[in-house]
Design a protein around this ligand. Structure first.
Ligand code: C2E
Ligand code: MG
Ligand code: MG
Length: 513
């Protein structure tokens, strides 16, 4: 037993107080007596030891958890600033980088440049090859941009097929060089499973300057990019204030066009295609016209590119298709034309790439009961060449419906013999530029004869477009050409005038009288 005044009692109490106050490393001294009190002291020390170990383990665990939390937080921050598909920066990160670059300038003249770009053919790739292929193309494009710029430049995907690059401290000229480097990199084909596609881009450039905000620069680059888009593929424009007005007028026109397609502001004119041997009208070509409420008639060369760009071309194409085939049905019903008469319809590259278009053609044929041979689709060489392998599939699909397919504006570019033989088409429409010299230039008939021979060697037939004089018609007939079209026979006319033209005596019959 120990005495009440045993000093170890107060040592024990003090030790417990130290432990209780958090000093888990403190221990209470054990006396040589090794009596019951020492046993309690030793027990308390063991308890302290245990507590210390548990406490240290806990500390360690808290440390690990804190580290994990910190990492997760960083990851979340990164995710909030990163485009998950391409691993590039996202819009918020871009704006932040742009703000940083503008702030760093601080009036020293070392302003940043901003490039904005939009892929030209992405929508059709995505629509026709599917989203997986689309995603693949986007990430390859991201890599191509990344490797065309400096490590300090910030590359972002702003969503969809829009990319942006902040070039800190770059002059406008330097940014222009980088832009062209990117355009060149994008001109190379991209492999997606089973095929390869090309995806050019339209670019806009805004150069920083005193007092500009990131939003100002984005807006400027966007307006400049818009101007590039309007000019066709693979362009770069630098922002100028004048472009703002152009854009406003253009967006007004797009709105007007949207309205016109939906509420009957468009109409079709029809231009006869004539059999050269007899002067008989064998068919017509449907040519779309827009009767604009304040601007009067607008011709397709002006608004078809606008429709393409504004994503209205499929709607427009479907309207033209339906209107023309229904018109043919009406003429057939009224016995104005017979079963050998055909209607030619111009289709755009976008129509050609959309599988929906094949369904639209099938539907209108079924609905009207018009025989497919009486419908000929005209598509330009550019449309076929510009597209990818899928076009051949779409062409095959259309061909399977039994409609005629004709290459329009033949001779203006791309044709090669092997290409002509490969395509599932049955006729070409020779561009009018090939016969402009006919009748004035004595060497010209030889050229026409050679083109005719080439077309026939490929197993095709030719229609000659843009015949403006009797002499041209006569030379073509003399060379053995079968069909032609042009102002000499008739300009494109409203549908009401077609019965009258059909009833008139053919030119050749009149000559023979
Ligand atoms: P295209 O298919 O090659 O149509 C022929 C164009 O040449 C028409 O111009 C026609 O009016 C014009 N033309 C006909 N004969 C002569 C002639 O003897 N001399 C001259 N100088 N020109 C002649 P238009 O109607 O302005 O159409 C221009 C282009 O717009 C068309 O070229 C076609 O590519 C496109 N287009 C027209 N309608 C449609 C449509 O409904 N859908 C689509 N996607 N494109 C269309
Ligand atoms: Mg045509
Ligand atoms: Mg043509």
């Amino acid at each position: 037993m120990f005495a009440d005044n045993d000093p170890r009692l107060s040592q024990l109490l003090e030790g417990i107080v130290r432990l209780a106050s958090g000093d888990l490393s403190s221990r209470i001294e054990v006396s040589p007596a090794r009596d019951e009190l020492d046993a309690i002291i030793m027990g308390t020390n063991l308890l302290a030891e245990d507590l210390q170990i548990i406490y240290e383990e806990l500390e360690q665990r808290v440390q690990v958890r804190t580290q994990l939390l910190h990492e997760a937080h960083l990851e979340m921050q990164k995710m909030a600033m990163q485009d998950p598909l391409t691993g590039l920066a996202n819009r918020s990160a871009l704006l932040e980088a742009l703000k940083g670059a503008l702030d760093a300038d601080g009036g020293s003249g070392d302003s940043p440049a901003l490039l904005l770009m939009d892929l030209d053919a992405f929508k059709s790739i995505n629509d026709s090859l599917g989203h997986t292929a689309g995603d693949h193309v986007l990430s390859i494009v991201g890599q191509k941009i990344r490797s065309a710029v400096r490590a300090s430049d910030v590359v972002a995907r702003l969503g969809g097929d829009e990319f942006a690059i902040v070039l800190p401290g770059a002059s406008c000229d330097q940014a222009g060089i980088v832009a062209h480097r990117i355009l060149a990199a994008l001109a190379e084909p991209i492999d997606v499973p089973g095929r390869s596609v090309r995806c050019g881009a339209s670019m806009g450039l805004s150069c920083g300057g005193a007092g500009k905000t990131p939003e100002d620069m984005l807006m400027e680059a966007d307006v400049a990019m818009y101007a590039s888009k309007a000019e066709g593929q693979n362009r770069l424009h630098r922002f100028e204030p004048g472009l703002l007005l152009v854009r406003r007028l253009r967006s007004q026109l797009v709105e007007d066009l949207r309205g016109a397609i939906q509420s009957g502001g468009l109409m079709l004119h029809y231009q006869p295609v004539v059999e050269l041997g007899t002067g008989r009208i064998e068919g017509v070509e449907a040519l779309v016209r827009w009767n604009h409420p304040s601007r009067g008639f607008i011709m397709p060369d002006e608004f078809i590119p606008l429709a393409e760009e504004a994503g209205l071309i499929s709607e427009l194409g479907n309207w033209v298709l339906r209107t023309a085939v229904h018109q043919l049905r009406d003429w057939l019903d009224a016995s104005v034309v017979d079963g050998s008469f055909s209607v030619r319809i111009n289709i755009s590259a976008t129509d050609l790439q959309s599988l929906q278009f094949i369904e639209d053609v099938r539907a209108v044929l079924k609905e009207t009961g018009v025989r497919p041979e009486q419908v000929v689709l005209e598509l330009t060489e550019v449309a076929i060449v510009k597209g990818n392998e899928l076009d051949r599939y779409s062409l095959g699909g259309l061909r399977g419906l039994g409609v005629g397919i004709e290459i329009d504006d033949f001779g203006t570019g791309y044709s090669s013999i092997s290409y002509l033989r490969r395509l599932p088409v049955d006729r070409v429409k020779v561009d009018r530029s090939l016969i402009t010299g006919l009748g004035t230039d004595s060497s010209h008939p030889a050229l026409v004869a050679a083109v005719l021979q080439l077309v026939r060697a490929c197993g095709l037939e030719a229609v000659w477009e843009g015949v403006e004089t009797a002499e041209q018609a006569e030379i073509l007939r003399g060379l053995g050409c079968l069909s032609a079209q042009g102002y000499f026979f008739s300009k494109p006319v409203p549908p009401e005038q077609i019965p009258e033209l059909l009833a008139a005596k053919p030119e050749s019959a009149r000559e023979q009288e």
